[in-house]
Design a protein around this ligand. Sequence first.
Ligand SMILES: [Zn+2]
Length: 247
Amino acid sequence: MPSTDPTILRLQRQRYYEKNLEKALAYGRSRKRVRTEYNREWRRLHPDRVRAYTQKRLLWDAEKLNAGKRSWYLKNRERILKKRSDYYYANKEAVLEKNKARAPRYRYARKGYNFKYRMENLQACRSKERAKAKRYYMAHRDELIAKSISEQRQRRELFQASGLTDRVGIKKKILEAKSSPFTKCFHCGTLLVGKPIHFDHLQPISRMGKHIPDNLVPSCQPCNQSKKDKTVEEWNDYKLLCHKEGK
Ligand SMILES: [Zn+2]
């Protein structure tokens, strides 16, 4: 009569395993194959359950799942891209229509993600953006120049509309600043000898500032470009924000 004592049973199993190692391993492998087949079939028959489980698993195992997906994608990249592009060209109209309908939702969903990505890859993003801006400029050079000229005209009109223009006083102030070796940037204090001198409207023209000598201060190029049409207070807030974001 076979023993029912668990300790003895375990010892017996152990001994059998050691004596028939190859056979035991082969049996294990075959069981695994059967199991895998069975699992695959089960997953095929229960797509909803699989999806629900994946959703749930994402909560605690996102990193591993994403890494798995990523490596699968990289391994099958060519095939996936080919399939996608085939599908696109075969159903172009429908795809475009669908994308159009989904666009607002996706834009909203990606907003936070995009911001985070940009902050984490700031240098790379910036050089990409610069290259893109340059390409755009080269492609639309004439238009952009024409636009800039018309903007300059509008600005001049704004100057005139702000009234009280003291052309002589402004000219005098500019000449003085340009001829003095002690002219400093009003905002950051950099000496401006041998550098381009910009003149900044402390209270921007577009914010009801006046084009008069008292509202003009010499400024370095970076300060002037950064301040643009912000008031000094707004500009300080802006710089603080940029500093926080690590720009
Ligand atoms: Zn400056």
